[in-house]
Design a protein around this ligand. Structure first.
Ligand SMILES: [Zn+2]
Length: 631
């Protein structure tokens, strides 16, 4: 009796210092050992406190002096530091008597809990990342970020639920409590559903086999529009959050379905998944909205962030490009990956040498299947490939891809990461052409990846240092030489060598650009030292040249408006409103002096190279091209 009273007193104190610490205090003697009990975690979405939700994590009993609890510093697929611990606060850990323990915080993501054999559970607040992307605080790439808003929760669970260093393989239970009128999409299995007394709140209890599954299964709760449909034997669940209801799941569904039908066809026998979730968050035009557009892959789902203002047709094309890329990640890294990926360390990860494959080949597939399956014309595909060559040349073309990959968090490698989507895809293309040439059209990049996925699959990692020699053994000396010279080595690829095999060539052409942007490459780049934008060291368009702009010029004002890095983004959409006859005046800083440039916008053109078919290509070239492109 006394003990109970004691407990009650403590409970009041507990409630006092961390309002949401729920559940009873457990009896230490009845608590199973940590390795015998699923880790009980919970997130309560019904009581958002100052833009934060309360998260609780309750493991079994430890048999150690101290334990380490962390939130991920890095999550898989992002290749950058996220520091999810830095978005939490007020972490408090309790012993079995309900007394707070003296927890020591180390860095942004680590807490050391003393007296671990008496440690019962801990709780903390999580703040979201979406609405602070435009502040000075460093935030993760939006599709890996978190959102806490009254009508929408983006639950990238790696941003909410942490792990004990010694218990990453332990089973998890996750109780998610939310208002009953919320829609909820989640791929983790629900083991039970309970209601509060007046049925206004619902708690779903999800099960995860280990911490990895917590991080691999994002969820979305709130005001969602959900469409479900079949692609062959695969169930697709498309969840859309469009705050102003500009886009609907049913409108996007058709595009996704025809795209994924084509992807399934392209993948042939390659095993995929029974269910695939697409979470699409459409960002409104607001200072507090996320701006890292794109997507992040998971084994059976993807989180996509796009601007809501996009026109339907453009959104559909972007969804095709982006979601097809994420879905193709089922091939690699999900079915073909190294030990670095398989035993991923969320705190101090090591990186594989083979981003050319994980990201590059995936991006190549996402472009190639569209022409191969007849969703896109050959010329559209050539233009895309050509664009990738041009963008790749803006980065270091002599950097070893394997070296960049292994050191991707550090400079100068980190700033060349974007090349995995450019040159990485071109590497995939070159190997595809070689494979088809050597095998008389019998084998290809996708057939090689299928062979590798049969050899390895989700549960068996390959040895990072052996992959290139292994692929060489499985294929042809020419493929091995290519990988050694242009992927591990630092020799730039001569693309003409590959185009000539399939009767293609790059010819001089002039194309129209926007005043400040060519395809997706702006003529401007930020300069952190001056806090302003400057013209890149590249071939400028005819209009900029006629105005007298020189590479390296720093923009001060345009038509009287002062532009810094804070507002330079507004200049591009504004310039799109100008006609060729619009007169503009631009003041640039050139060295020590300010120069005023003025004139008509005109029609900005650039001299470029265009990838086209050779008219008198040989029969051999045309045959290989047809095998390559399927048309
Ligand atoms: Zn990717």
């Amino acid at each position: 009796m006394r003990r109970l009273l004691y407990l009650l007193t403590i409970l009041v104190i507990v409630v006092g210092c961390s309002p949401k610490m729920g559940g009873n205090i457990e009896n230490k003697n009845q608590e199973p050992a940590a390795k015998q009990k699923p880790i009980a975690s919970s997130i309560d979405l019904t009581e958002v406190n100052n833009d934060r939700v309360w998260v609780q994590v309750d493991p079994g009993k430890f048999d150690a002096d101290s334990v380490i609890f962390r939130l991920p510093r890095v999550v898989q697929g992002t290749y950058s530091v996220s520091d999810f611990g830095s978005f939490t606060d007020s972490l408090v850990a309790y012993n079995y008597d309900g007394e707070p323990l003296n927890v020591k915080k180390e860095g942004a993501n680590t807490w050391i809990i003393p007296d671990a054999s008496n440690f019962d559970k801990l709780g903390y607040y999580v703040n979201d990342t979406f609405d602070i992307e435009n502040t000075d605080k460093k935030t993760p790439f939006s599709p890996s970020g978190t959102n806490i808003k009254e009508d929408n929760f983006v639950l990238n669970l790696h941003g909410f639920v942490g792990y004990f260093e010694t218990l990453q393989d332990q089973e998890y239970r996750l109780d998610l409590t939310a208002p009953a009128d919320f829609k909820r999409t989640a791929a983790l299995p629900v083991v039970s559903t309970t209601y509060n007394s007046d049925s206004t709140e619902v708690t779903n209890t999800y099960a995860a086999e280990r911490y990895f599954q917590i991080t691999d299964n994002p969820m979305m709760y709130g005001k969602l529009d959900v469409a479900e449909f079949q692609v062959d034997d695969m169930q697709i669940v498309l969840s859309v959050y469009s705050p102003n209801e500009k886009h609907s799941a049913s409108a996007i569904q058709k595009t996704i379905k025809s795209m994924m039908d084509a992807q399934k066809d392209y993948l042939g026998e390659l095993k995929t998944t029974d269910r695939y979730d697409i979470y699409l968050y459409l960002a409104p035009r607001a200072k507090t909205a996320p701006t890292g557009f794109g997507a992040l892959e998971h084994h059976t789902s993807t989180v996509v962030v796009m601007p809501e203002a996009m026109q339907a047709q453009r959104l559909n094309q972007s969804m095709t490009d982006v979601v097809s890329h994420e879905f193709f990640h089922i091939v690699t890294p999900l079915n073909v990956h190294s030990e670095d990926v398989h035993y991923f360390d969320y705190n101090a990860p090591s990186f594989s040498k083979h981003l050319w494959m994980y990201e590059g080949v995936t991006e190549y597939f996402a472009s190639h299947f569209q022409v191969y399956e007849g969703l896109q014309s050959k010329q559209a595909f050539y233009n895309k490939i050509n664009g990738k060559i041009e963008s790749s040349l803006n980065m270091n073309d002599s950097m070893s891809f394997t070296k960049m990959s292994e050191n991707v968090l550090e400079e100068p490698y980190a700033s060349n990461y974007y090349n995995v989507y450019q040159k990485g895809a071109l590497i995939g293309m070159c190997i595809d052409i070689l494979m088809r040439e050597e095998s008389n059209g019998q084998r290809s990049m996708i057939s090689l990846m299928t062979e590798l996925s049969q050899k390895y699959g989700t549960e068996k990692p390959f040895t990072d240092d052996k992959l290139i020699s292994e692929i060489t053994e499985m294929t042809y000396p020419s493929v091995g030489d290519f990988l050694k010279t242009h992927v591990a080595g630092n020799t730039p690829i001569n693309y003409s060598d590959f185009f000539s095999k399939v009767g293609l060539q790059r010819v001089k052409d002039s194309t129209k650009t926007s005043l400040f942007i060519k395809d997706r490459t702006p003529f401007l780049k930020g300069n952190d030292e001056t806090g302003r934008a400057e013209f890149r060291d590249m071939e400028l368009n005819s209009s900029l040249k006629e105005l007298g702009v020189q590479p390296g010029d720093i923009i001060k004002t345009v038509n009287g408006t002062d532009y810094t890095l804070q507002n330079i983004r507004q200049l591009i959409p504004q310039s799109m409103q100008w006609s060729p006859d619009t007169e503009i005046e631009m003041v640039v800083i050139r060295g020590e002096e300010e120069v005023t440039l003025s004139g008509k916008v005109g029609t900005p053109m650039v001299e470029t190279l265009k990838l086209t078919e050779v008219e008198d290509a040989s029969e051999e070239q045309v045959t290989l091209r047809k095998q390559w492109l399927g048309q």
